[in-house]
Design a binder for this molecule. Structure first.
Ligand code: HEC
Length: 151
């Protein structure tokens, strides 16, 4: 048991933990959803490098990454149970006050990822970049409303 002054000092120190550091201290479902979002970011990077021509276009590989995004998009709602906002999470309270819009945005990502897979499977995949842009937009749409400190 901490003595009272020690507890106050400990609390005061906590308030100044830099955000990035505190972020790494995320646990439980908050950590799980951060990890899921990081997985999505990595998958987007795989496809993005092809879009920029930094690595040769490989439809099968891109479709695999898009499949990862489609799969994980379905898990988003379950990883935001009520009462899990607040530090160190960057989820805005609107997640829970506008729950239908939030789950709608998760479905929007699911649909966009599926459209991208279909575009990648089409012979010659003429539309894949357009559909990739659709996935980027689906990430941004949700972040704009529901994630702190985002453009
Ligand atoms: C339905 C809403 C929604 C969609 C769709 C969505 N995100 Fe997020 N994302 C969030 C929220 C909310 C957070 C903040 C989570 C937290 O800190 O608790 C977040 C956080 C993140 C983070 C930071 C993770 C961390 O380590 O703190 C990354 C990276 C990210 N998202 C990438 C993506 C990418 C890439 C996509 C699209 C493929 C995407 N997100 C789609 C809502 C969404």
């Amino acid at each position: 048991m901490l003595t009272r002054p020690a507890a106050i000092i400990a609390l005061a120190l906590l308030a100044f933990v830099p955000l990035a550091l505190a972020h790494e201290g995320a646990t439980g479902v908050v950590k799980e959803r951060m990890d899921l979002m990081d997985t999505q970011k990595e998958a987007m990077k795989v496809i993005g490098q092809m879009a920029k021509g930094k690595v040769p276009f490989d439809a099968a590989k891109a479709a695999e990454a898009a499949g990862e995004i489609e799969r994980t998009s379905k898990q988003i709602p379950d990883l935001f149970p009520e009462g899990t906002g607040g530090h160190p999470s960057e989820a805005k309270p609107e997640v829970w006050t506008k729950w239908d819009e939030f789950t709608g945005d998760a479905e929007g990502l699911d649909t966009a990822a599926r459209d991208l897979i279909l575009a990648l499977e089409a012979p010659g995949a003429p539309n894949w970049k357009v559909q990739f842009k659709g996935v980027i937009d689906a990430c941004k749409t949700c972040h704009k409303t529901f994630r702190m400190e985002d453009e």
